[in-house]
Design a protein around this ligand. Structure first.
Ligand code: F6P
Length: 342
């Protein structure tokens, strides 16, 4: 078989580990041939390819990003896009596709599968918010990077008796904030799932100062204060039509400084959380997803997404993969909320 591979959406540590596993097992065990599509769905749309074989995947396991490049191109939003993809696949002699991506990329894969394209999906997102899988690779790396930043911020915050507000990624789900906040010993953690009361946060901060320690507040980029405490922060669209978030950390630091009389600083971790080498856990998960994906292709089990259930890698229908956004359940948040400020 001749198999196309693409990576779409925001990049994520572990993408290269998936590509490597798919290609190595595909070539060595099954004798398949591969073609790399550049920049997500734009690759098959424009027929933009690269050679993808054993040589190309050598040494990429520890590398962040994706050797294939990525984009958020959606062929269903482009006139004649789907037809172009189908024609290009036929012309290039591509029998099946491995699509590695998040909600949008897998959403496209689901629709193409319904239209007869042979495709399997591998889920990725640092946000860990895809409902059908217990974890996605990239999440562990992002959490570790944020945790390390928080560890460092504790000492500078304490030296200067300041509040440090750390803004982490997470537009709709606060998994990174929750895990990094717990692991880094943050004093307050704020998530998109629950609006926060800025007066209450200021009270936690003051309590922490009374204990002779400087507080660290972790806030997810999509977190919002109670209605009326702030107009929705900057949610304009950028030049590419993506929602631009960010700004909540700065706003919160200013509020806390005014309310507590203690200096406050903001650190926005941003894309640092997505860059660089994947952790061991992410390399393992990404490799296992890749091995299962090529097995599925080889067996002709198309229209499936790889998922982690407990410790097993299973195949679920692609449509299930993007059906539900996995947010932090109330009880998981309540668990830690009880010791905020202490
Ligand atoms: O989906 C992952 C994510 O990292 C979000 O947490 C973040 O809001 C978004 O991507 C930003 O992506 P970009 O800057 O590439 O549009």
């Amino acid at each position: 078989m001749r198999i196309g591979v693409l990576t779409g959406g925001g990049d994520c540590p572990g993408l290269n580990a998936v590509i490597r596993a798919v290609v190595r097992k595909g070539v060595d065990t099954y004798g398949h041939e591969f073609v790399g599509f550049r920049d997500g769905w734009r690759g098959p749309l424009e027929g933009n390819t690269m050679t993808l074989g054993i040589k190309e995947v050598r040494g990429i396991l520890p590398r962040g990003g994706t050797i294939l490049g990525s984009s958020r191109t959606n062929p269903f939003k482009i006139e004649g896009g789907v037809e172009k993809i189908k024609n290009n696949l036929t012309e290039l002699g591509v029998d099946a596709l491995v699509a590695i991506g998040g909600e949008d990329t897998l959403g496209v894969a689901t629709k193409l599968d319904e239209l007869g394209v042979k495709v399997v999906g591998v889920p990725k997102t640092i946000d860990n918010d895809l409902g059908a899988t217990d974890y996605t690779f990239g999440f562990d790396t992002a959490v570790n990077i944020a945790m390390e930043a928080i560890d460092r911020l504790h000492t500078t915050a304490e030296s200067h008796h300041r509040t440090l507000v750390v803004e982490v990624m997470g537009r709709h789900a606060g998994w990174i904030a929750l895990h990094a906040g717990i692991a880094g010993g943050a004093n307050v953690i704020l998530l998109p799932e629950k609006q926060f009361d800025v007066e209450q946060v200021a009270a936690y901060v003051e309590k922490r100062f009374q204990h002779q320690y400087a507080p660290i507040v972790v806030v997810a980029e999509g977190a919002q204060p109670l209605d009326g405490q702030m107009v929705l922060h900057n949610q304009e669209l950028d030049a590419f039509g993506h929602v631009r978030l960010g700004g909540i950390g700065q706003w919160l630091a200013e509020q806390l400084e005014a309310k507590t009389g203690k200096e406050a600083r903001t650190v926005v971790l941003g894309h640092i959380q997505r860059g660089g080498t994947p952790t061991a856990a992410d390399r393992v998960l990404a490799t296992r997803f890749g091995l299962q994906a090529i097995d599925a292709i080889h067996e002709g089990d198309f229209g499936k997404m790889m998922a982690l259930r407990g410790t097993d890698i299973v195949r679920v229908p692609l449509i299930e993969g993007t059906r539900e956004l996995k947010t932090v359940p109330v009880e998981r948040y309540t668990e830690v909320e009880t010791f905020f400020g202490s």
